[in-house]
Design a protein around this ligand. Structure first.
Ligand SMILES: Nc1ncnc2c1ncn2[C@@H]1O[C@H](COP(=O)(O)OP(=O)(O)OP(=O)(O)O)[C@@H](O)[C@H]1O
Ligand SMILES: [Mg+2]
Length: 313
């Protein structure tokens, strides 16, 4: 199989913006991929397949590549009170693929990959692979643009994919895993990562599998939302975990007198803990990783936002 190489220069860790980044899975960001079968049901951000690469089995999360559009600005970054100064910055910080890259990049730089289902890097699908997976999903190659929700002008942007460990036959979690899940979530917050989409289906075998809505410091979301929204965001993760535990437990008829739901989790879910919502992700020292901390902090404080201050609608 020939792999049509995309670029003159070797692919770089993504996204190309201050903060954590994920490196390509292979030197070229291409690999021979054998698609085995779809995992889960079609999600909001893309398709996840069991695949084989170099004889090993992985989960491959494939995400459309669309140019920065109103969707990123108005939906995914909708509650920001300040405009970002370039459409590209919305992509860097709010695009689901880049959100995954940033969270996984942080886990790797901090050597804390056990806090989630592990990622091994990103891949870019070749044109032939995109046609193949489109045919496998829809039965025809003609539905390519519909499937990947691309307009004509984005046709040549490759579908991007995150290579993750495959969790086989996994249930979201067991009652015994709940205290560890709360400990993992607090550890993520300490590393500056807010997951922002905690639910039953984003866990497998007690670990988080989905970072596509996450914010990892530095992130414009942490500075450009109002106090009310910040409270909602901070309580969102513990609230989501608490709700997931109750929903999954009721559905599976857990013997509640034997289930330990940490008191701190319940309190953080409603902001009643002494430290309100648990560790504050905003205080994580991300600058220690930057080659030029002065330039990076100035970018995040000034250049990432428009000069005009408030968001214009
Ligand atoms: N590493 C994995 N191992 C096994 N199955 C996985 C893995 N990652 C994802 N899946 C399956 O694929 C589904 C969708 O994955 P994910 O949540 O990452 O994508 P998504 O596009 O955000 O979907 P959704 O909108 O449903 O949250 C999961 O609910 C799970 O069933
Ligand atoms: Mg998901």
């Amino acid at each position: 199989m020939s792999l049509s190489g995309p670029s003159e220069s070797p692919p770089k860790p993504l996204p190309r913006a201050p903060g954590p980044k994920l490196a390509p899975f292979t030197r070229t960001a291409h690999a021979v991929i054998q698609f085995v079968n779809e995992l889960g049901s079609p999600g909001q951000d893309g398709r996840v397949w069991e695949v084989k690469i170099r004889g090993k089995t992985y989960a491959l999360k494939m995400i459309s590549n669309i140019s920065p559009t109103d969707y990123l600005r108005d939906d995914l970054a909708g509650h920001l009170v300040r405009d970002l100064s370039s459409p590209q910055f919305y992509a860097h910080y709010f695009d689901p693929f880049n959100c995954e890259c940033r969270a996984y990049g942080r886990l790797k730089e901090e050597n804390q990959e056990h806090l989630a289902v592990r990622s091994h890097g990103y891949l870019l699908l070749t044109h032939a692979q995109e046609l193949e997976i489109t045919r496998l999903i829809t039965g025809t190659e003609d539905d390519r643009d519909d499937l990947w929700e691309r307009t004509e002008k984005d046709r040549n942007l490759p579908v991007r994919a995150i290579v993750k460990d495959l969790v086989k036959g996994g249930h979201p979690f067991t009652a015994e895993q709940v205290p560890q899940m709360w400990a993992d979530l607090k550890a993520l917050h300490e590393l500056g990562i807010m997951v922002r989409d905690i639910n039953i289906f984003n866990h497998l075998n007690g670990k988080i599998i989905d970072f596509s809505r996450s914010w990892s410091t530095p992130h414009p979301g942490y500075t450009a939302i109002d106090r009310y929204d910040l409270r909602e965001e901070r309580s969102g993760d513990p609230h989501g975990l608490n709700r997931a535990v109750i929903e999954w437990g009721i559905g599976n008829r857990w013997a509640w007198d034997q289930v330990v739901i940490p008191d701190e989790l319940v309190k953080c879910a409603s902001g009643r803990s002494p430290n309100k919502y648990g560790p504050d992700p905003r205080v994580y020292n991300w600058l220690k990783w930057e080659k030029d901390p002065l330039v990076a902090s100035e970018f995040m404080e000034k250049h990432v936002f428009t000069g005009s201050g408030n968001k214009e609608h």
